[in-house]
Design a protein around this ligand. Sequence first.
Ligand code: DAH
Length: 364
Amino acid sequence: MAPVEESEKEKKEKKVDIDMKEKIEQILGEIEALKCTTAAEVEEARIRLLGKKGTITALFEEFRTVAPELKREFGQKLNQLKNAAAAKIEELKANAGAAAGGKNGGSGEDLSRPGDDFPLGSRHPVSIVREEIVEIFRKFGYDVAEGPEVEDDYHVFEALNFPPEHPAREMQDTFFVTNNQEKNPILLRTHTSCVQVRCMETMPLPIRVVCPGRVFRNEAISARAHCIFHQVEGLYIDENVTFADMKQSILLFAREMFGPETQIRMRPSYFPFTEPSAEVDVSCNICHGKGCNVCKGTGWLEILGCGMVDPNVLEASGIDSKKYSGFAFGMGVERIAMLKWQVKDLRHYFENDLRFLSEFENNI
Ligand code: DAH
């Protein structure tokens, strides 16, 4: 019988098998002789042997062409090789770390330690409340406007119908930048109502605008008073705007701000720039009207001043008071923040004590 001729394919597989045997022996030798002193060297060796393009990884690729009857034997050999390499790398790694006096790296650093904390800042409570107020009015269709903090007497007082002898114009209340005896002195605005005037001067009618900003008063600093605080002013001017429109707008605002059950009440008041004027209270959202120490047993909390824009104020800015009417309101941002979070000492809002500020991290 003629000897069975080896096929080309079989010859090729045999060649591969012999090659692979040699390669395994060679790499085993290499592993045994492997010496590394630093963690970087160990890592280099690991990549050379077991990395994506490493020699052992390449053998696993080659393994696919091994003759089926030899697959079992070579499979075992290859796995042993891989385990031997991994064990050696681990051993070298430990030695390199110990030599450097650290747990992991040659640098002596313990790379398994958690990273340094990277604390995130949070928004200031005054900013949070100011944004909340502005957003509510934005939803109602109001624009947002800002004006200068350093203003003149005309915009802060005169155009708002303050008589010349009004006490707010005294040095005790107002910080003057220029001599208050001169005509139209420059000063730090004591309220944001002056932005109303700037809006009436420049904006086309109808006007629907809120004006957030910082205001200044010459007050001794205490828990209840500060020389700087924040207000949001509101102004709505159109034909046929009535007191009822104002009341409804403020009620809707109060419910958005303090919850859908909130009630409001209006008390008659006086401001030179509005007639009639009112102060608005909301039902205490802490005791729900029963009376607690926040509302001082009354069940009500004052939140803002408002009124129908005085015809003198409209006329001063060139608006026909026979055709147009409007309402305005102004509220203190710190006051609303106090009601929201029960922080009663105003000074906290200005001292930037991180222990205080970090209380608001979850309100972003
Ligand atoms: N400007 C007033 C203040 O600082 C607040 C205020 C009251 C503003 C009534 C208004 C208003 O627009 O109509 O106390």
